[in-house]
Design a binder for this molecule. Structure first.
Ligand SMILES: Cc1cc2nc3c(=O)[nH]c(=O)nc-3n(C[C@H](O)[C@H](O)[C@H](O)COP(=O)(O)O)c2cc1C
Length: 206
């Protein structure tokens, strides 16, 4: 079987013309892709080379001002277990058993990547920097799924809690855009209800 990373072409050289051609496979993929519930993500997860490839794709996003206002924190299985244990201790010390139970989604999958937004004071509005972090997270989700892995974008309380963010190693101005949970789907995810795009559209008129 061809490794997912073997299918990935090298990045274009800086300044090289990048031919833009229709890509029916991408349309097929976008029409059918689906996140996998975290609790059904099992081993194997992506290896280091595959994660590096996913992240190389993830940073190819629109980014006003070329600020790259994001970074990644990798949580391989062992490190993720230790991180979850620290969060569990934090929740239990506060008597928050529901919060502790919610950690199952983080504990079960074999790999996670925290996508961190790091907006900085700049003429490019913070809003746009955070939107770019969302684009990075979405592209990471899609790249993982296109490589055949199951993926689930979650946040949950530990994305917002100041102490939990410090345990992750975030600076005060940094924010978690996503905990991207990665693994192999135990079973194909079921299609969920989707919004009717037509109902969301209007045409501006003078
Ligand atoms: C910013 C963000 C945070 C999310 N946080 C959670 C979460 O904490 N728990 C959860 O069950 N789903 C969360 N979701 C939703 C799932 O990632 C996603 O909507 C669902 O799995 C279906 O995704 P799909 O359209 O890719 O199939 C979040 C989505 C986004 C965009």
């Amino acid at each position: 079987m061809t490794a997912a990373t073997d299918l990935l072409p090298p990045p274009p050289a800086f300044g090289a013309p990048v031919e833009q051609a229709p890509c029916p496979e991408v349309l097929q993929f976008l029409a059918r892709r689906r996140s996998t519930p975290a609790l059904t993500l099992q081993a194997p997860g992506p290896n280091a080379e595959e994660v590096a490839a996913m992240l190389r794709l993830a940073v190819r996003v629109p980014d006003h001002g070329k600020l790259a206002p994001w970074r990644f924190v990798l949580l391989p299985a062992e490190e993720k277990a230790a991180f979850a244990a620290r969060l569990e201790a934090l929740a239990l010390a506060r008597g928050e058993t529901k919060a502790a139970a919610k950690l199952a989604k983080l504990k079960v999958p074999p790999f996670a990547v925290a996508v961190v937004a790091r907006p900085r004071p700049h003429e490019i509005p913070e809003w746009e920097q955070i939107l770019s972090a969302g684009a990075v997270a979405t592209t990471l989700l899609f790249a993982a799924q296109a490589m055949g892995y199951g993926a689930n974008w979650i946040t949950d309380w530990y994305a917002y809690d100041a102490e939990a963010r410090a345990i992750l190693g975030l600076e005060p101005e940094e924010r978690v855009a996503a905990f991207m949970l990665l693994g192999t789907p135990a079973e194909p995810p079921l299609e969920r209800e989707r919004p009717d795009s037509a109902a969301l559209i209007s045409t501006w008129r003078a």
